[in-house]
Ligand binder design. Structure first.
Ligand code: 0A1
Ligand code: ZN
Length: 897
């Protein structure tokens, strides 16, 4: 393993900065071959530093060419400072600064090459435009600076560039001046951001852009200008984002009392972006995939994603920007809280129960996998090598679950009092997770002492519960045992405070009033038990007959629940539970249980048989969906009918047999489609095809259920359905229906003879739309058929594939390795070798993307010993590359040691 990782940063090493920067004046001259950056920084000694006065100024910097450095009026000579790979040190401040070094000014001129910046951190070029990405540590690739979130400064930014190529020049805040340069071909603008901010929220854009403009009046009557900037070809894809933005602004006022604070809010769409989007103050930068949406080119899924991401970035203006993080160990302070906020927003805009189901399904297949793997870390980690590797599902999604638990423990009013207090107390500050929890406690009076363990301990807690009915005493006992498996660096865990929402159903399916031993009377039928001990028992009185327990309603805590349900219990809960989430979950548990048994049969070479009880469960749902018609929450029916995903089945297995998992799932899909073909046809026909496209929740739900039915019908092998699918592919007036049909053709056996022509036709139709071409790539990369890898290699040679564009990499390599489980885990090891080879190539181009891409290899413990060995070999090979990045090396070191 090459040593690229010398540096580990620890939370316990945190010290306040010795200096702060009151004002930051930046000047950019952008050219095709380079950019010149001038920074004028006003420093002040930090009174909160503590300890001896520092006589040395240490600034962060990476890949910069320093052209001039001045301290106050003095030009510094090479002997006055020390330049290292990632820092610039000025050792003798006192003797160099004019008045004793309490206040001083640094002027610094650097030269960078944005056009060669393929890492997409700092200032870079995406196609023809300049843009920036500074979170977490990208600003240091622009100029020397105290690039840490607890240094908050007022920024003024001037941008100069050629007018014709870059008519639009943007930065954070308000545009205060603009004009022509001495060279009449060039122009400039100056932007001033009145809010002090950390460098990671800095942004700059220069390009030939057009904008969709609108206005928003805040609840206190202030007018805000809203502008979404895109390349001209995308102007017809901005309406949905604008509508979403205005909804999010209103929602944040109503739900959290938070108003927008600048006179202008801008969004810019860029093609090349490592993540989804970025919340830079007043100037959000978005991956085109998270902002563009029109019905012809984007699916319903993309519409919902745009709505969620626009809201997420907007909500950061308070949870992240006005109140920011003290250091990167507090990342979940802004991310967990903001994901919770955007998830509640989406739930309010669409179906609450479906949103919960989707969030939990994602958490359980992706975050649980991370939590049981080598990269497991706490919501507040205590060390990292490369912070970019910590933008994880644990920080984001588990962090959001932790905030959700707090919100449930406090109840809506007290939670709102808690957030009000948090924003009031800490506005303009860089704070810690502890300060967030303190505000929650102080405003509510609820003790969260033990609850804090959720932030510090990694790993997914396990709740093992047994139920005992005592007919004589008419009692029902729940014996609850909690544990948490060891995770890297955390062998032993202390008990969590786990809110366990539950109810009891009598044999007729009625909810039983819940009276705990010692209580004078029942307190409701749906309660939250506080599980705080390693072992404890809850005794319910007045339970005449053996009940069926409905546990962990609404997924009230991110834990693995173990309870000995019979298949009949699960079927019963599916039909009778009053909690929509648990009805869905019972269906998933039932399928999971039966699929495990079938996998055994598959391995033993026995003939597979469709379990009667699953057939019955699906018949009930289908019949209910047909009967309910348009009244129904069709999106929920679609969720109820979906079998657990392969990724979830893999996560749930001790050692995953991917072939068996895939074969069994396919067998069940075929069997269920065959058994219920008439009911499915009735369902399909009961949902009218989309007329004029609408992106409202109801229409989205209808399309989702109808396309699910269509895929089952095509599976049944009847020619008519295949033809109908082909017709839908050709005639659909929206991308959701067209792509659903193409996916069925591409992935099903019935489509074998026609799919290639359909793919070719689709490419021909949409070749000018990069985001649609990404979908086209992904569909092929995820084809579960043998030979998929050869196809993927072909795709890498396709003229539309670009290795420098993260969306393309995700669409082809990411989709194959992360979603095409049977092919990626092929017993020959060819999938692993492919990933090894691609990751090495990518690491030299874009380390962040390479590090994310190798995640599937880090899950090696889930597979048999032969595969384990091959996966580890590839990890080592990637880690041994000369010049391996810190990003990739951290993942490799932690995964294979
Ligand atoms: N803060 C952004 C996510 C983000 C993080 C890092 C990035 O580059 C390394 C880019 C974006 C969010 O939560 O949306
Ligand atoms: Zn975020």
């Amino acid at each position: 393993m090459k040593d690229a990782t010398a540096r580990t940063t620890y939370l316990h090493d945190y010290r306040p900065p010795p200096f702060t920067i009151d004002s930051t004046e930046l000047d950019f001259d952008l050219y095709e071959t380079h950019a010149v950056v001038q920074a004028r920084l006003q420093f002040r000694r930090n009174p909160d530093f503590g300890g001896v006065d520092e006589d040395m100024l240490i600034l962060h910097g990476r890949e910069l060419v320093l052209e001039e450095l001045r301290l106050d009026d003095r030009v510094l000579e090479a002997a006055d400072y020390v330049l290292e790979e990632e820092s610039l040190r000025i050792p003798k401040l006192r003797s160099l600064a004019q008045d004793g070094s309490d206040r001083f000014t640094v002027y610094c001129r650097t030269r960078i090459e944005p056009q060669n910046n393929t890492a997409l951190e700092g200032l870079y070029k995406s196609r023809k435009m300049f843009c920036t990405q500074c979170e977490a540590e990208g600003f240091r690739r622009i100029t020397y600076y105290l690039d840490r979130p607890d240094v908050m400064s007022k920024f003024t930014t001037t941008v100069r560039a050629e007018r014709e190529k870059y008519p639009v020049l943007l930065s954070n805040g308000n545009c205060i001046a603009e004009g022509e340069c001495e060279d009449p071909a060039r122009h400039w603008t100056t932007w001033e951001d009145p809010f002090p901010k950390p460098s990671y929220l800095f942004a700059l854009v220069a390009g030939d852009l057009v904008s969709l403009d609108d206005r928003f009046t805040t609840s206190s009557g202030r007018e805000v200008q809203l502008r979404i900037f895109v390349e001209p070809r995308d102007l017809d894809k901005c309406d949905h984002a604008m509508v979403s933005l205005k909804k999010a602004m209103r929602w944040d006022e109503e739900k959290y009392g938070r108003e927008y604070d600048l006179d202008i809010f801008m969004i810019v769409a860029v093609d090349d972006f490592n993540m989804g989007a970025m919340e830079n103050k007043g100037l959000n930068i978005f991956n085109t995939s998270c902002i563009l949406a029109n019905s012809a080119t984007q699916t319903d899924w993309a519409f919902q994603r745009v709505e969620a991401v626009v809201a997420h970035e907007y909500f950061h203006n308070w949870s992240g920007n006005r109140v920011t993080c003290r250091d990167w160990f507090q990342l979940s302070l802004k991310e967990g809280f903001t994901v919770f906020r955007d998830s509640e927003f989406s739930a309010d805009m669409n179906s609450r129960s479906v949103k919960r189901v989707q969030d939990v399904a994602f958490l359980r297949s992706v975050q649980f996998a991370e939590d049981s793997g080598p990269m497991a870390h706490a919501v507040q980690p205590d060390s990292y090598m490369e912070i970019s590797n910590f933008y994880t599902v644990t920080i984001y999604e588990k962090g959001a679950e932790v905030v959700r638990m707090i919100s449930n423990l406090l109840g809506p009013e007290r939670f709102r009092a808690g957030t009000d207090l948090y924003f009031k107390r800490h506005d303009g500050q860089a704070v810690t997770i502890e300060e967030f929890v303190n505000a929650m406690e102080d405003a509510s009076g609820v003790d969260l002492k033990q609850f804090r363990n959720w932030y510090r301990q990694s790993g997914t807690p396990v709740l093992e519960i047994d139920g005992f009915h005592d007919a004589e005493r008419q009692r029902f006992e729940l014996r609850v045992r909690q544990s948490c498996p060891p995770t890297p660096g955390q062998e032993i865990k202390v008990p969590f405070h786990i809110p366990l929402r539950m109810g009891l159903l009598d044999p007729a399916g009625r909810e039983i009033p819940l009276r705990l031993q010692g209580e004078p009377a029942a307190v409701g039928k749906d309660r939250v038990l506080a599980v705080t001990q390693p072992v404890e028992t809850f005794v319910f009185e007045d339970v005449a007959e053996p009940p069926v327990a409905s546990l962990l309603r609404g997924f009230s805590a991110p834990v693995r629940l173990k309870y000995d349900y019979t298949p009949e219990d699960l079927l019963f809960l599916m039909s009778n539970d009053s909690d929509g989430f648990n009805r869905w979950n019972a269906g998933q548990e039932l399928a999971l249980m039966l699929m495990r048994e079938l996998q055994e049969d598959f391995r033993g070479g026995r003939k597979l048989a469709l379990p009667k009880i699953l057939r019955e469960a699906h018949r009930n749902i289908l019949a209910e969906a047909v009967d309910a018609g348009a009244e129904a929450d069709r999106a929920m029916f679609a969720e109820l009918l979906r079998l657990p995903a392969e990724s979830f089945l893999i996560e749930q297995a001790d050692i995953a047999d991917v072939e068996a998992i895939h074969a069994v799932r396919e067998f069940l899909l075929d069997g269920l489609a065959e058994s219920h073909r008439n009911l499915v046809a009735d369902l399909f026909e009961s949902i009218p095809a989309t007329g004029a496209y609408r992106a409202d929740a109801e229409s989205i739900a209808a399309r989702s259920l109808r396309n699910l039915a269509l895929s089952a019908l095509v599976r049944s092998g009847e020619k008519d359905w295949l033809e109908l699918c082909l017709r839908q592919f050709e005639q659909a007036n929206n991308m959701t229906d067209q792509l659903a049909a193409l996916q069925i053709l591409t992935h099903s056996r019935a489509g074998e003879g026609v799919y290639q022509a359909a793919l070719a036709q689709f490419h021909e139709q949409w070749r000018g739309e990069p985001l649609v071409v990404d979908q086209w790539f992904s569909l092929q990369a995820t084809r579960p058929h043998p030979g998929a890898l050869a196809q993927v290699r072909e795709l890498l040679r396709h003229p539309d594939f670009e290795i420098r564009n993260p969306n393309k990499v995700r669409a082809v390599i990411g989709a194959f390795c992360g979603q095409n489980h049977v092919n990626f885990h092929d017993a020959s090891g060819s999938g692993y070798e492919f990933l090894g080879e691609q990751a090495m190539q990518l690491d030299a181009i874009n380390p962040q993307i390479a590090a994310r891409l190798i995640t599937p290899l880090t899950r090696w413990r889930k597979f048999d010993s032969g595969r384990q060995q091959m996966m580890r070999e590839q990890l080592s090979r990637i880690g041994d590359r000369d010049g391996v990045s810190r990003d990739v090396s951290e993942i490799v070191v932690k995964s294979v040691g």
